[in-house]
Design a protein around this ligand. Structure first.
Ligand code: SAH
Ligand code: SF4
Length: 366
């Protein structure tokens, strides 16, 4: 199969061109065309600086893994758009574009489906289908960057044309700056491909996503967390906790049986010690299951002494799970206990894109 150019770092592209007998300057021009120009094909008008012979060779020896849009859906919240993108083997994935207050975030998928089997998550309910390649992860970010460019400021109003009236971001702000690896799949179950994609996304001569701008969320794959720390990977780490005792966690997150809570917390402690970074702990609030004051105190005690922030996510509805979200009062009470009794910072994640099933844990493809 032809090489997908989105699979390659800048250095790998240079080496490929050297093997083909083309000068490094052509590799650099192509790189710029792909990540600054966001070219969708090898067409001369998109890559005008490439000589015809290079373009002809590319057309026969390489491919550009652009992911066609099978469906785009806008949430009535005016901030969230979900894309169903088609992969080469006719499978699909979902990518979400969120924009609020001049801040643009892409939520990328790392697998089709997921093997971890969390019952409250639509991706888990569909089971594992396959790993994504680095190129398929990079292509999602490029797709979002392109969508934002298309939403370039309107010449008349100065507002990005794709913004709904009254909600326009400030002109010039519509650049992709934040990526969360929180879409379909478990990123640490596809470690090599995800880290390779992160290297490409971060290239300062490309999409140039800063280290502070990429957050990886894991269900708690302990060996992956230790490896992230050991390799000093420049990403923020979020860990899906959901419960503060082994028995309660194992009931919600099946892989807790493989990587028990005490091992997970030891790995998180070691991660913070080695990297000097705090960890975000995600807590999906399920009414009557893990949202009582006692649950809040248990998580406060569990995280005592650790550099931590808790992200509370009221459960989003999925077809295969009967539980409901905690109400606002329960979420606020939880937050107050963490703050007042444990000085533990937390946020309650805003409910965005729920009407189009673009919220946390709602992504799935048939
Ligand atoms: N596999 C990774 C990342 C993808 S899930 C992980 O589990 O961390 C992203 C986040 O959404 C996780 O914190 C997950 O626990 C949460 N989530 C899953 N299903 C949810 C649901 N129905 N409502 C709210 N959050 C959910
Ligand atoms: Fe997989 Fe994360 Fe969903 Fe669990 S919550 S099934 S790990 S995507």
């Amino acid at each position: 199969m032809q090489a997908d150019l989105y699979d390659l770092t800048r250095e790998q592209l240079r080496l490929l061109f050297a093997r083909w007998g083309f000068a490094p300057v052509h590799a650099a021009r192509l790189w710029n065309g792909l990540y600054l120009g966001l070219a969708e094909s090898f067409a001369p008008e998109l890559l005008p600086e490439l000589p015809e012979k290079v373009r002809a060779h590319l057309a026969s020896a390489a491919r550009l893994g652009v992911l066609p849009v099978a469906r785009a859906t806008d949430s009535t919240d005016g901030f969230t758009r979900k894309y169903l993108l088609r992969l080469d083997d006719s499978r699909h994935l979902e990518t979400v574009l969120m924009r609020y207050h001049g801040r643009v975030t892409a939520c990328l998928s790392t697998q089709v489906g997921c093997a971890m089997g969390c019952g409250f998550c639509a991706t888990g309910q569909m089971g594992f289908v396959r790993q994504l390649t680095p190129g398929e992860i990079v292509a999602q970010a490029v797709h979002i960057a392109r969508a934002l460019r298309l939403a370039a400021p309107c010449l008349v109003s100065g507002h990005p044309v794709a913004d709904p009236p009254g909600r326009a971001a400030a002109p010039g702000k519509a650049r992709l700056r934040n990526v969360v690896l929180m879409g379909m799949g478990e990123p640490l179950h596809n470690y090599e491909a995800v880290m390779h994609a992160v290297d490409i996304l971060r290239d300062p001569a490309g999409l140039a996503l800063g280290a502070e701008r990429i957050t990886l969320s894991t269900v708690g794959v302990v060996p992956g967390i230790l490896r992230l720390a050991h390799e000093r990977r420049p990403v923020h780490l979020a860990v899906s906790l959901h419960a503060a005792t082994q028995a309660e966690r194992a009931a919600l997150v099946p892989v807790a049986k493989k990587w028990p809570l005490d091992e997970l917390m030891a790995a998180c402690r070691s991660y913070s010690e080695q990297t000097g970074r705090r960890v975000f702990y995600e807590w999906t609030l399920i009414a009557g299951t893990n949202d009582s004051p006692e649950h809040a105190r248990a998580v406060g005690r569990l995280l005592r002494g650790l550099p931590a922030q808790v992200n509370l996510i009221p459960l989003n509805p999925t077809n295969g799970f009967a539980g409901g979200p905690s109400g606002q009062d329960a979420a606020r009470r939880f937050q107050h206990i963490l703050a007042n009794e444990f000085s533990l910072p937390s946020t309650i994640r805003q409910r965005r894109g729920i009407d189009i099933a673009a919220g946390c844990g709602q992504l799935a493809t048939g």
